[in-house]
Design a binder for this molecule. Structure first.
Ligand SMILES: [Zn+2]
Length: 214
């Protein structure tokens, strides 16, 4: 198991589109397990492969911290998950390969959008879709289908955006100063407590791993 280094804005790879996974190999499973380790280490609810420098259509999501928080009840939403056509409980964390949003409906405002590639940046109010239907594969190549709204819908859209090089600041309502955002991230990176945490985590660069699904 490894915790990967997360690329921070304005890293150039965060703006590149990712390509589909064609080979469902054992290293795809190892890679996604390490992505889960990474998301947990940084206390996120989602992470997309480009955020660790791998331009492949892979993302992980675990919205349990929201679903378990009664104060965020308004964002719990409804969720229907199926695997190979059979209804199942939502896996948490969930790994999605080659995801596609096949239906979306009704624009809404989401007040707490934020991103692990933007540490130290205040959360923003973004425009998102309320209801979506997403289709994907799991790491065995089985067909996943999710119909949802609420926080899962928002989080899936946020991670899907990463696969196109789109970032949450692009969806924030009102003007965003890219220079200010970059300066906030730099302040956070230079903070002594952050540096100590990073050192302790012994971060691995995912791009230096042998990944045979690329
Ligand atoms: Zn993000």
């Amino acid at each position: 198991m490894a915790v990967y280094k997360i690329l921070h804005y304005p890293h150039i790879l965060l703006r590149k589109p990712s390509t589909a996974v064609e080979k469902f190999t054992p290293s795809l499973k190892t890679f996604t397990q390490n992505m889960i380790e990474t998301m947990n280490a940084f206390e996120g609810i989602g992470l997309a492969a480009p955020q660790v420098g791998i331009l492949k259509r892979v993302m992980i999501v675990d919205v349990r911290p929201y679903l378990e928080n009664p104060q965020l009840k308004e964002w719990h939403g409804s969720i229907s998950f199926s695997l190979d056509g059979e209804k199942k409980p939502l896996p948490s964390p969930m790994i999605l390969v080659n995801p596609e949003i096949v239906r979306k409906d009704t624009e809404i405002s989401f007040p707490f959008d934020g991103c692990l590639s933007f540490p130290g940046v205040d959360r923003g109010q973004t425009t998102r879709w309320k209801d979506i239907v997403l289709e994907a594969k799991d790491t065995d190549g089985k067909a996943v289908r999710i119909e949802c709204n609420g926080i899962l819908s928002i989080c899936l859209q946020h991670e899907m955006d990463h696969l196109e090089g789109v970032l949450f600041i692009d969806r924030v309502q009102g003007k965003v100063s890219e220079n200010e955002v970059a300066a906030d991230i730099m302040d956070h990176e230079e903070d002594a407590a952050t540096r100590r945490k990073m050192k302790k985590l012994k971060l691995v660069d995912a791009r230096s791993e042998k990944l045979d699904f690329l």
